[in-house]
Design a protein around this ligand. Structure first.
Ligand code: GTQ
Ligand code: FE2
Length: 353
């Protein structure tokens, strides 16, 4: 037997015994710098809106239970072209847009996947989370912690659209997905309106209990009104060269990330802001809350406008610019809390030429 035949026979035997020579596969398992199947990508609001309106015509929610063309959630997932098989935005977070027509109820359920809602269009629709009903205004953020019962509804006379973010892809990867339907459409409301904000949004003062809290924020509603005031104040005194005036949504009891798996941030880029480039580990999904500008990711420029969404893969140089005629505001979700917990968050400023 020549050497090659011997080797082939050896590899076949290994495979038979559920073994593999690391030297044959190591190059696919390791990369010199972080690499992700997610690609930089951009969704423009006018097309998103058009498809949502079409879904509103074609797909009913819950009200005609189990009939044809009915979904529990009328949701369009932002599918990254690099993650088509997984139908997700990044390997860790799935972002999508949800439209709820007047009178619809998205029935109650719960899952181990943590979720967030970020209100885009419409006034006064609600998400009910574990006994409290959150009425949402544009720019508001509502948290749905792991295993919290939640249903949504729209008691206004116009459709509403919000962005969902779920760590479902990460949960699937970790094989830690649990899901339950609630026996009724709506989960019982046991807290008065505004309870969470009244108890926990104390403007930098820490409510009781001040220690021993879990990793999840007890504040589940972050109002745009408050975030915008804080951003405007910050922008008057300090603007970071990379991020502009940026604020992270935190657990008011600990100052840590509001959620263990999804990092939420809002940033204001003053008119004419031209950010410095940096790169870091972690995927980021951006949504343009206000204004116009451009984000450069790698070699490619992505000009954006209000309502657009775009994705940034890890370790890619990127920078943000805001148009000259007005400030811009970006909301973003990232897997940075997970990387930080595992001590894998790394960041570099691009050296100036
Ligand atoms: O609204 O509960 O985009 O369970 C994906 C899964 C939204 C929701 C999504 C969900 C929801
Ligand atoms: Fe859900």
């Amino acid at each position: 037997m020549d050497n090659q035949t011997q080797l082939d026979a050896f590899y076949a035997e290994l495979e038979n015994d559920s073994l593999q020579g690391l030297w044959r596969v190591v190059r696919n398992m390791m990369s010199r710098t972080p690499s992700s199947p997610a690609r930089p990508f951009h969704w423009q609001w006018p097309r998103l809106r058009r498809h949502l309106d079409a879904a509103a015509e074609l797909i009913g929610v819950a009200d005609i239970a189990k009939a044809d063309r009915v979904a529990d959630r009328r949701v369009l997932v932002l599918v990254n072209p690099g993650l088509k098989e997984r139908n997700t935005t990044t390997p860790t977070i799935a972002a999508s847009l949800q439209l709820i027509r007047p009178g619809e109820v998205a029935p109650a359920h719960r899952h181990s996947s943590t979720a967030i809602r970020f209100m885009i269009d419409g006034h006064g629709a609600f998400s009910a989370v574990d006994g409290e009903k959150f009425c949402m205004e544009p720019g508001d953020l509502v948290l749905t912690p792991s295993m919290a019962w939640h249903n949504h509804g729209n008691e206004t006379d116009r459709p509403v659209v919000w962005m969902d973010g779920l760590d479902a892809p990460l949960m699937m990867q970790l094989c830690a997905f649990f899901y339950d339907d609630y026996p009724k459409d709506e989960h019982e409301i046991v807290r008065s309106p505004g309870f969470s904000v009244k108890k926990y949004a104390a403007g930098g003062l820490r409510p009781m209990p001040s220690a021993g809290s879990s990793g999840v924020s007890p504040l589940w509603h972050y109002r745009f009104e408050d975030a915008y005031r804080a951003l405007s104040n910050l922008a008057q005194v300090e603007v970071d060269p990379v991020e502009g005036a940026a604020l992270d949504y935190v657990n008011p009891l600990t100052g840590g990330h509001a959620l263990p798996t999804i990092g939420c941030r809002i940033q204001l880029l003053p008119a004419g802001f031209a950010g410095a480039a940096h790169r870091h580990t972690g995927h980021v999904i951006y949504h343009v809350v206000k204004g116009e500008g451009c984000t450069t990711m790698g070699e490619e420029r992505f000009p954006w406008q209000q309502g657009d969404c775009f994705v940034l893969p890890p370790w890619l140089w990127h920078k943000h610019e805001s148009a000259g005629h007005g400030e811009s505001i970006l909301f973003s979700m990232s897997d940075v809390p997970v990387l930080e917990a595992l001590q894998l968050y790394k960041e570099e400023l691009q050296p100036q030429l």
